[in-house]
Design a protein around this ligand. Structure first.
Ligand SMILES: Cc1ncc(C[n+]2csc(CCOP(=O)(O)OP(=O)(O)O)c2C)c(N)n1
Ligand SMILES: [Mg+2]
Length: 724
């Protein structure tokens, strides 16, 4: 049988044949083998073999139509030694070939059921302990394994963030769920090591350590020499990471179990003691192709595939056991079959495992909401000292952040320029001086790492408030929000959460300055992220209350919030005329429930539904329309996700005419969501929409051609109001 027709059988034959061979002649045992001890080697062997059988079972289940995932760990089982070198309480963010690690770590915790966990994950069982059938991931809250998505390298920013946050949290009097001297372990493949997310995160780890801050991070590159079908050039990983300043690099071949264990143990010790990053380059092989569907024989020769059998990590462990005199090849073969029987028994037991049964069940962990608790928590974030003075949007955000920092020691505020300078627009001015650089600080110029720190900080028990300097610069890091932050609760059934309030300065109307990147109005990209809350205040009183709501929801429900701040309104004071101070407002309330809008005016002729700059423009238009006898009410959505549907429908029905004023793009922004909500509610009145053009925003007065103007609003409003 050739690997092209039955690679699973060929691999097993090669392994068992080589194990049997161990009984035919003396096997060398170096002094290190004796030092390791047979019990450890047996544990590693068991974990590796269990993982190997589970890979085979994954394919069998798939062939029977019961399994849904076949990316395996075969050839990578040397990662079991990494678990052996660590403690079960060291937080782990793992590569998807971490079967050996997972089983070995489970072996360190009483009552764990790794075989059952993995079989359940393969069949998408609702009883699976981490994702409950939502994804096949390696994760387990009791084993400190934080589940990862399939997006390669996307977990590195969080791992780096967590390593820093563990210490920061303690310094701020917050007790993280992991012990003081924990090591954060993060593994990834050799092709993934080239991903900009990985290179950026590793750079951030090194920069952090260079600045003398703790970075207890063990990076494990599981190098099988290929990314699906594309070979990694020989020596590349060493060339790229072998001599980086501040990064201890340790390389070892995973097929030599004892050497690998020694290397991993040394790596873990160095990280634990020095609180500095270490890069463990674990050379592996990849058996059975990238996944069940991957015909490896189409891009690798039969000779190459067969040559890899010599480097089987399971064989390496068998050799060490036989060399130490702790087992014979026959013992190990028997154990191999025993473990298979154990796996089969579990497969039979979980055969009837339930699948997720309804959309409601599936989405339940996405965005749990407890509005009463959020209201209580928001109250505690407010300064108790009575009357607030009228303020601008920027001042009010500043004051609210200050009160939150004052009242909740878990709050940390960070981003590019937010520390000493106090933000490009002065929104965080004075906060770093007042609350110290441990709580309000500048970060590297890397949005992925900014969000990554937020992701790690949330896990460590802090309440992170990262700032992204401009909406346009969120986009190059958006996966950290979309793929990581928003999905964690989903893929862990709420066992891990990402409390997060991402402040983003955005939207247009900078009077021609800055061009597209400082006037970006792309919010559709946020509105479609499941569970994400998008707050967009227009006036300072709402900003204060909404920011407290976001902080409270993050704290109480683990909500992931984007707080989108309209730059053009930061320092705006007037509404109708110069000097009228009509856009200043005093912080009036404690909070604003998520998904509740605000209505300005009681006009009965027309409802304008809008948000952000659109609110101020629409109020100005409304005043002019009033002079023409058209009475308008202006509804400020305040929340762009979830939309305040009930309030929209109520305001629409009050007038029977709705103009949606959306300063974002026509193709996809906010307005189409409002119109859909009206149609779906059965609203029978008339409706129209004005929006910005589907364009990037140019410089100078040219910007006015693509942005929504008061003139556009007024024209559309009159037309709608006069419609029969
Ligand atoms: C960002 C991203 N791009 C593409 C993919 C598709 N993909 C999945 S695994 C993989 C190769 C990864 O290779 P490597 O990092 O060496 O890990 P290995 O599978 O070899 O263990 C690719 C391209 C992905 N999951 N994520
Ligand atoms: Mg690889």
């Amino acid at each position: 049988m050739t690997p092209s027709t039955n690679p699973v059988a060929a691999l097993q034959d090669a392994l068992l044949g080589a194990v049997a061979e161990l009984d035919t002649g003396p096997v060398e045992a170096g002094p290190a083998v004796a030092a390791t001890g047979p019990a450890t080697l047996w544990r590693i062997f068991d974990a590796q073999v269990t993982s190997r059988h589970l890979d085979v079972v994954a394919r069998e289940l798939q062939a029977e139509g019961r399994g849904f995932y076949t990316i395996g760990s075969a050839g990578h089982e040397s990662n079991a030694v990494v678990a052996e070198a660590l403690r079960a309480t060291d937080p782990a963010l793992l590569h998807y070939r971490s079967g050996g690690f997972y089983v070995a770590r489970a072996g360190q915790a009483d009552g764990s059921t790794p075989i059952r966990d993995i079989v359940q994950s393969l069949i998408g069982s609702a009883d699976e302990p981490i994702a409950g059938g939502r994804h096949k991931v390696f994760g387990h809250a009791a084993l400190s394994i934080i589940p990862q998505t399939s997006t390669i390298a996307s977990h590195l920013p969080r791992a780096v963030g967590l390593a820093l946050a563990l210490h920061r949290a303690r310094r701020l009097g917050v007790e993280p769920p992991w012990p003081d001297d924990s090591v954060v372990v993060c593994s990834f493949g050799d092709a993934s090591a080239n991903h900009s997310t990985a290179t950026g995160a590793i750079n951030t780890a090194l920069n952090t350590a260079y600045r003398g801050l703790p970075m207890p991070l063990l990076l494990v590159c599981e190098d099988n020499g290929t990314g699906i079908s594309v070979p990694t050039p020989t020596g590349w990983i060493r060339a790229a990471y072998g001599s980086r300043p501040g990064l201890t690099y340790i390389a070892v071949d995973g097929s030599d179990t004892v050497a690998a264990l020694e290397a991993a143990t040394e790596a873990a010790r160095l990280v634990r003691e020095r609180r500095r990053p270490v890069f463990l380059h674990l050379r592996t092989v990849r058996y059975l192709g990238h996944a069940g569907s991957d015909a490896e024989i189409t891009y690798r020769s039969h000779t190459e595939i067969v040559a890899d059998y010599q480097r089987d990590p399971v064989l390496g462990t068998a050799r060490a056991l036989v060399g130490a005199g702790a087992a014979t090849g026959a013992d190990l073969t028997a154990r191999y079959h025993q473990i298979r029987a154990r796996v089969d028994a579990v497969v039979a037991e979980v055969a009837e495992s339930p699948q997720l049964g309804s959309a409601a069940e599936i989405v339940a962990p996405l965005s749990p909401r407890t509005p009463e608790l959020v209201a209580d928590a928001a109250k505690r974030l407010r300064k108790p000292d009575g009357e607030a003075a009228p303020a601008t949007l920027a001042e009010s955000i500043n004051t609210t952040l200050a009160a939150a920092l004052d009242n909740d020691h878990r709050v940390v505020v960070f981003g590019e320029d937010v520390g000493r300078k106090g933000g490009v627009y002065g929104v965080t001015r004075g906060l770093s001086r007042r609350f110290g650089q441990a709580r309000v600080f500048d970060t590297l110029l890397d949005e992925q790492s900014i969000l990554g720190f937020g992701l790690g900080a949330g896990l460590a028990g802090l309440l992170p408030v990262p700032e992204i300097q401009y909406l346009a610069y969120l986009h190059n890091a958006e996966d950290q929000l979309r793929g990581e932050a928003a999905s964690l609760s989903f893929f862990s059934r709420g066992q891990y959460r990402n409390p997060l309030v991402v402040r983003i300065a955005g939207l247009a109307y900078q009077r021609g300055f800055g061009g597209h990147f400082h006037n970006d109005n792309a919010v559709a990209v946020l509105r479609d992220i499941p569970g994400l809350v998008v707050a967009c205040p227009a006036r300072s009183d709402d900003a204060a209350a909404m920011l407290r709501t976001c902080l409270a929801a993050a704290s109480v429900d683990g909500t992931v919030c984007v707080f989108l701040e309209p730059i053009a309104l930061y320092h705006t004071r007037d509404l109708f005329a110069d000097g009228d101070g009509g856009w200043l407002a005093a912080d009036a309330g404690e909070h604003v429930p998520i998904g509740r809008a605000r209505v300005h005016g009681e006009g009965r002729d027309l409802t304008i539904v809008t948000f952000a700059n659109g609110v101020r423009m629409s109020l100005r238009v409304a005043r002019r329309l009033a002079q023409r006898g058209i009475a308008v009410r202006v509804l400020d959505l305040r929340w762009l996700a979830p939309l305040p549907v009930d309030d929209i429908v109520r305001a629409a029905e009050a007038t029977g005419r709705v103009l949606v004023v959306d300063e974002t793009r026509h193709a996809a922004g906010v307005g189409e969501g409002v119109l859909s909500a009206l149609v779906e509610s059965g609203y029978a009145g008339s409706a129209a929409r004005v929006s910005a053009h589907d364009s990037f925003v140019p410089l100078g007065t040219a910007a006015n051609h693509v942005l929504l103007s008061e003139h556009d609003i007024e024209t559309a409003a009159v037309e709608l109001a006069e419609k029969e």
